[in-house]
Design a binder for this molecule. Structure first.
Ligand SMILES: NC(=O)c1ccc[n+]([C@@H]2O[C@H](COP(=O)([O-])OP(=O)(O)OC[C@H]3O[C@@H](n4cnc5c(N)ncnc54)[C@H](O)[C@@H]3O)[C@@H](O)[C@H]2O)c1
Length: 341
């Protein structure tokens, strides 16, 4: 495998104070990279929590989680520049100051429901920021890495999809992710910008505040609230622990074979939502469940094949759902019962 180095490499993470970004930054720092972050803290982050814009059930807990993220970044001496990446000129001057070799673009509205509720601002935070960051990267960046989503596939036509599957996204979030992939490829065609596109799915793990299914289950259980499952619970998702995604991104950074490629990066085996609930019940035996009609804008998904990532960049997932989810629940119990919020 043709190798690239991580040590001392200047890596800029846009949207790096989010769930994926700060976990990734900590790992890259540990591997010796010269990491910096740009984040506005204004989308699904500290500044939305003061007014609880996203109407979270437990905003004080979310705030505590974000503060933990920020203090970990500080403790590990990872510089965070608070800046709105929609502002082209401000972003350009940061690019000129940092002079990154690698850009990892995560800034977006990262939530499908929220994207459907507010397409206008989603477009701005997702595509405007992306174009600003591509334009600043086009002439002098060694590698541009973008986090797309399994939502680009739309309804899975097979139980397992690979990267060659035709994409037919449903709703605003998937459509914007797919447009983003096309724009990145256009920058590659026009300016030879080397890129990698990653398609993760159903992530869970420490310090997430996005209220995806795995987190809602735990928060409800901690607050003695009933769990509601959309549909009959037999629908499958490729639940992926955050450290598997982080490992995938490290593989992308290390291997030159990742250049100009698109990869699914997931656990690589889907499980039913009932199975997720069963894992929760092991930790919260008294928890109750009810079922309701599913949202028509949520595509039916399944397993994402990770064979291409294994062959080309040597990626192999480490965290089956029962182990990763139980580790996550233990972390959650710990932060919740300390009740310093
Ligand atoms: N978490 C998942 O399950 C998942 C799955 C697939 C893809 N993704 C994608 O990965 C990326 C990161 O996801 P996440 O879960 O870490 O989301 P997140 O919401 O936790 O983080 C996104 C970060 O981007 C920042 N941001 C948004 N707009 C900005 C702007 N205009 N200027 C500067 N910063 C801005 C936010 O403040 C936030 O900290 C997103 O693009 C998301 O769509 C996430």
């Amino acid at each position: 495998m043709k190798k690239n180095h991580i040590k001392n490499r200047k890596i800029l993470i846009l949207g790096g104070a989010g769930f994926i970004g700060h976990n990734l930054a900590l790992k890259l720092k540990q591997l010796g990279a010269n990491v910096s972050i740009i984040d506005s803290l204004k989308v699904n982050n500290l500044k939305t929590l003061n007014k609880n814009i996203n109407n979270l059930s437990f905003p004080q807990l979310a705030k505590k989680i974000i503060k933990q993220r920020l203090s970990l970044l500080k403790k590990n001496r990872i510089p965070l520049k608070i800046l709105d990446a929609r502002n082209y000129h401000a972003l350009s001057s940061e690019f000129n100051r940092i002079r990154p070799q690698v850009v990892i673009h995560l800034a977006a509205v990262s939530h499908a429901d929220r994207s459907n509720k507010d397409p206008h601002s989603t477009f701005d935070h997702s595509l405007r920021t992306l174009e600003n960051s591509l334009d600043n990267s086009k002439n002098n960046i060694e590698h541009f890495i973008f986090l797309s989503s399994s939502m680009v596939y739309g309804n899975f036509k097979k139980s397992k999809v690979d990267e060659n599957e035709i994409c037919e996204p449903i709703g605003i979030y998937g459509a914007l992710k797919y447009s983003a992939e096309k724009i990145i490829k256009a920058y590659n065609q026009t300016f030879n910008l080397p890129y990698t596109i990653l398609r993760p799915s159903a992530l869970y793990g420490e310090r997430c505040i996005s209220r995806r299914v795995g987190q809602i289950f735990i928060e409800n259980a901690l607050n003695n609230k009933k769990i509601t499952i959309q549909g009959d619970g037999e629908e499958k998702l490729d639940f992926t622990y955050i450290q598997d995604l982080v490992k995938g991104i490290v593989c992308v950074l290390k291997s030159k074979k990742s250049i100009n490629q698109t990869f699914n990066i997931t656990y690589g085996k889907s499980q039913t939502i009932n199975k997720l609930f069963y894992n929760l019940k092991k930790e919260f035996p008294n928890i109750k469940v009810s079922y309701k009609k599913r949202d028509k804008l949520t595509p039916f998904r399944g397993t994402l094949s990770t064979i291409k990532a294994k062959k080309l960049i040597n990626y192999k997932s480490d965290w089956p759902l029962d182990i990763g989810y139980s580790k996550y629940i233990k972390w959650y119990k710990n932060i919740y019962y300390k009740k310093q919020f």
